[in-house]
Design a protein around this ligand. Structure first.
Ligand code: AMP
Length: 379
């Protein structure tokens, strides 16, 4: 699929940026990129309404990196701050910053890892600082970070940061930032508390929305199996065996993630787990292993999976339906990223009927029912 009539040429990007985009295999801007790059390059504030999977990371990185390059004659200082709700998202944004802006120093400041290396990275005066709000506030309180030269602030997944209770930390960080500055805010939804934030901190923002918000990409195949609780595991194993590609499985709780992973492993599959009780290095190892194919199956909870950016996830399976429609959309968005096709399958027990109905109401359509032969599964 090509993204309509836009090309990257229209933005008059620098030679290194054009080369980096070519190396990443980005041929044309996605709709959110087509809408945000020009105003952001011109130095305007931007509100981008876009879910993960739309190309929003590059939508803010391309103009930010370009502007930083032109500012660099003003000396070495930290001039851009990117705030993200989770370590995983921050890590992925960090690695894209390195890919698209190889000549810029970027530092990552997230929770769950030692302070020492982060302090060293901060002292090194990175051009771009990518952080989760909690750990950045820790550094501010310790007097370890200098934010007085920030010219560009990016709030990525702002709605999720507020959902996760980061409002006090965001307020604290905003107080430490100089004005005037450019602010780029990205969010899948526009909740009421977000409009307070934008009213207070953004100046005459360009508003860019892509498509209907919070609906999975059309090219994702979605379906559902109506099952009893005890059939979920045999059904999962059968789907894993029939599916040759990688599979991302969502469960409701950390405990269920552990249990499902154990059984899938006993059945002989290369599987890893991702949830909030695992250490930072375990989570990184799980994600990297899933990305490079060492683990074909990844079992995850919603919070831990926020922002997972793995190209080519063939199949998402909702072993349990999520609590909210937003989480459903987010999970399904892990497959069919950018231009790929994907397949998302849900299991729903009679007890999960109300959740299924809410999801279908939101999607405006009934998910196709798949049938399974329980006797065959049991044998
Ligand atoms: P994001 O919404 O930033 O998480 O991006 C979703 C996926 O789309 C990532 O795997 C990106 O590498 C990819 N992507 C972003 N921009 C483009 C583009 N212009 N062309 C093709 N793929 C892209």
């Amino acid at each position: 699929m090509n993204f309509a009539t836009h090309t990257f040429d229209q933005f008059q990007l620098s030679q290194p940026m054009r080369a980096a985009l070519r190396a990443a295999g980005y041929q044309a801007p996605t709709p959110i990129q087509a809408g945000t790059i020009a105003p952001a390059l011109a130095g305007r504030d931007v509100i981008g309404a876009a879910q993960t999977g739309t190309g929003k990371t590059a939508a803010f990185l391309i103009p930010t990196i370009e502007r930083l390059r032109s500012m660099r004659q003003h000396g070495d200082h930290t001039a851009a701050l990117i705030l993200a709700p989770t370590r995983e998202l921050a890590e992925q944004t960090h690695s894209w910053t390195q890919r698209l802006g190889a000549d810029l120093r970027a530092a990552l400041v997230v929770g769950g890892v030692a302070y020492g290396p982060q302090l060293a990275a901060l002292r090194n005066r990175p051009a771009v600082l990518i952080a989760t709000p909690g750990r950045l506030v820790d550094h501010i309180e310790r007097g370890a970070t200098a934010l007085q030269d920030i010219r560009i602030l990016i709030l990525d997944e702002a709605d999720r940061m507020l959902d996760m209770g980061f409002k006090p930390q965001l307020d604290r960080i905003m107080r430490a930032l100089p004005t005037p500055r450019q602010t780029l805010l990205f969010s899948a939804t526009m909740a009421a508390d977000l409009s307070t934030l934008t009213r207070l901190h953004l100046r005459d923002p360009a508003r860019v929305a892509v498509g209907r918000q919070a609906v999975p990409p059309k090219r994702t195949v979605q379906d559902v199996y109506l099952v009893e609780q005890q059939s979920k595991m045999p059904l999962l194993l059968s789907l894993i065996e029939r599916n040759r590609g990688n599979v991302l499985v969502f469960t409701r709780t950390k405990h269920r993630t552990d249990r499902v992973a154990r059984t899938v492993r006993q059945a002989g599959h290369a599987v890893q787990r991702l949830h909030a009780d695992r250490s930072q290095s375990q989570r990184r190892e799980a994600l990297e292993g899933f990305r490079d194919g060492r683990y074909r199956i990844l079992i995850a909870t919603d919070i831990a999976a926020r922002g997972i950016d793995v190209a080519g996830i063939g199949r998402v399976i909702n072993y349990d339906l999520p609590h909210t429609v937003e989480d459903y959309v987010h999970r399904v968005g892990r497959t069919a990223r950018a231009e790929a096709r994907g397949h998302a399958t849900s299991f729903a027990t009679p007890e999960e009927g109300a959740q299924l109905q809410a999801i279908e109401r939101h999607l405006g359509s009934v998910l196709p029912r798949q049938s399974h032969d329980l006797r065959r599964l049991a044998s």
